[in-house]
Design a binder for this molecule. Structure first.
Ligand SMILES: O=P(O)(O)OC[C@H]1O[C@H](O[C@H]2O[C@H](CO)[C@@H](O)[C@H](O)[C@H]2O)[C@H](O)[C@@H](O)[C@@H]1O
Length: 247
């Protein structure tokens, strides 16, 4: 059984936070998503207390995380690791190639014919969402698989979404890159996430002397601690802030 994690320790830990399903609950459509006022304040407090050793590591684009989270100077990895903004503000990204442009045209034609599917364009990845049309999952998967095979792209499944993306770093690669540079270098990484794509982040954190925190019901995982849901994450972050204030 995975235990509840202990409080984050200032001067020791680096915190890597997934976004959807970890900091914000899931909404019917990606654009519906908002971040709670309390959890946003906690992120700001922790970013300060950890002297910048906090990053959001998301499947969303950096631009979208900036729009929703709106915290200046925040380190972010976006598109599952295909783009990254360091704590110093340096941005690196995998560019979309001609194959992905072709795939975009094909998937746009698909969603024009099946408008209950939703296509999210994230630059180096295209996410085909079927949360509002679960009966169309097979159609979405078939189209994404065929486009990925035709254009030499990678397939990635998430929660009621199938993505086709450029090959490149995953969330584990993003953790490795952050941990190789200041202010993260030398800290103990803690990666918190809910989805299968977060497993690479859990594994990287463990390899670098830290651990993963799974935000879900128990399942096979590389994480060694667990929290139930977004509410439990918020309570744990609040406890961590309080513990830092009294230390
Ligand atoms: O790595 P994450 O930060 O967890 O991002 C994973 C994907 O999150 C978004 O999709 C998911 O959340 C949506 C809003 O709650 C929901 O409608 C959808 O069904 C979920 O799959 C985002 O839109 C994707 O781009 C991210 O890859």
């Amino acid at each position: 059984m995975l235990e509840r994690p202990k409080a984050v320790v200032a001067g020791q830990d680096a915190l890597f936070l997934d976004f959807d399903g970890t900091l914000a609950p899931l909404f019917p459509r990606p654009d519906d998503t908002i971040l709670g006022v309390t959890i946003r304040r906690l992120i700001i407090r922790l970013q300060q207390a950890l002297e910048g050793r906090l990053a959001i590591v998301s499947g969303r684009s950096i631009a979208t995380i900036d729009r929703i989270v709106a915290i200046p100077g925040l380190a972010i990895a976006g598109v599952h690791g295909l783009e990254r903004r360091s704590a110093k503000g340096l941005v690196t990204r995998t560019m979309a190639g001609a194959g992905l442009a072709e795939a975009r045209r094909e998937l746009l034609a698909l969603v024009t014919g099946l408008p209950r599917l939703l296509l999210e364009d994230k630059g180096a990845s295209l996410a085909l969402h079927y949360r509002t049309a679960p009966d169309l999952e097979a159609a979405a998967r078939d189209a994404a698989q065929q486009a990925a095979a035709r254009h030499g792209l990678e397939l990635q499944s998430g929660k009621m979404v199938i993505e086709i993306r450029e090959p490149g770093p995953d969330k584990g690669g993003a953790v490795d890159a952050f941990m190789a540079e200041p202010p993260f270098h030398g800290a103990r990484p803690i990666f918190v996430g809910d989805d299968v794509t977060d497993e690479a982040g859990f594994a990287a954190a463990a390899r670098l002397g830290g651990h993963g925190v799974l935000v879900a019901q128990p399942r096979p995982t590389a994480a060694t601690f667990r929290l139930d849901d977004v509410t439990a994450v918020e309570m744990w972050l609040a406890e961590s802030v309080k513990a830092m204030e009294f230390s």
